[in-house]
Design a protein around this ligand. Structure first.
Ligand SMILES: [Ca+2]
Length: 258
């Protein structure tokens, strides 16, 4: 059942959004599995690659790049950032992992298999800050807390394009953690429980995913905002978590019929 979750919904969505009326669709989620998550991890980036789960965490002095065992939540590898950096989003690109920092104006490139630091890069001038990052196979896609997504060349890290994300005519600000899934960009919006599904070409939000209720009221007491989206294309599984959340949720999207 779960294997056709995301892609089937994408196909359905593509047929529906062909309609000229074009209001964003509404989704909630069904939880298929809940896995343990380090409640000390201020999650800023989540990605799955080759069946491995990678996480970037934030706060100065607590920022890490880590590999996590999905089933147990055990951190199998971890690399600390220098305490002057506030770690942000991560993405796996080829054999590397790229990690952003919040306002230091630099990002890091690591060897995916060893976590060795291969390079640092300076942000292009268009990038005010580093929040979330993903890629479409050709360009890095970066959020900076505004409604703009920046497309960067993965070698030079120069900006090669951008798109303003709109819900109808309204800019969607505070775009944060990102994941490129089936030709769309998923972005969770800071200070909300919502994920926008975005057309990379136009910036239009074609759907909203409402994640209210994913955490119990008790769990919400110690948790911060939703901020982790990872997709495993091998098994078509979607994973969500947040800053200081007690679980990584494997979810299936559920279309809300008006
Ligand atoms: Ca992600």
């Amino acid at each position: 059942m779960k294997f056709f979750s995301v892609l089937l919904i994408s196909a359905l969505l593509a047929s529906l959004t062909g309609c000229p009326s074009g209001n964003p669709l509404s989704f909630t989620v069904t939880v298929l599995n809940a896995y343990p998550h380090d409640t000390g991890a201020f999650t800023q980036g989540l990605v799955m690659d080759g069946g491995r789960l990678y996480e970037g965490t934030g706060f100065r002095g607590r920022s890490t790049l880590r590999e996590v065992d999905l089933e147990t939540g055990v951190v199998s590898r971890s690399r600390d950032l220098n305490s002057s950096f506030f770690g942000e989003g991560i993405t796996v690109f080829g054999d590397t992992i790229i990690q952003l920092t919040l306002r230091s104006g630099v990002g890091f490139v690591y060897d995916k298999n060893t976590f060795d630091l291969l390079a640092e890069f300076d942000y292009p001038p268009q990038l005010d800050a580093g929040w979330g990052i993903t890629h479409d196979g050709e360009s890095l896609i970066v959020s900076d807390g505004t409604s703009v997504l920046h497309f960067l060349d993965p070698e030079s890290f120069e900006e090669i394009g951008s798109v303003n994300v709109l819900d109808g005519a309204a800019p969607v600000n505070r775009l944060n953690e990102l994941e490129y899934i089936g030709g769309e960009i998923y972005a969770n919006v800071w200070l909300t429980n919502r994920i926008a599904r975005i057309d990379p070409e136009s910036g239009a939000v074609n759907s909203w995913i409402d994640l209210s209720g994913l955490l119990t009221r008790e769990e919400q007491t110690d948790a911060d905002w939703l901020n982790g989206i990872a997709y495993d294309p091998i098994s078509d599984r979607l994973f969500l978590t947040g800053k200081l959340w007690p679980a990584v949720f494997e979810v299936e999207l559920l279309l809300q019929v008006p």
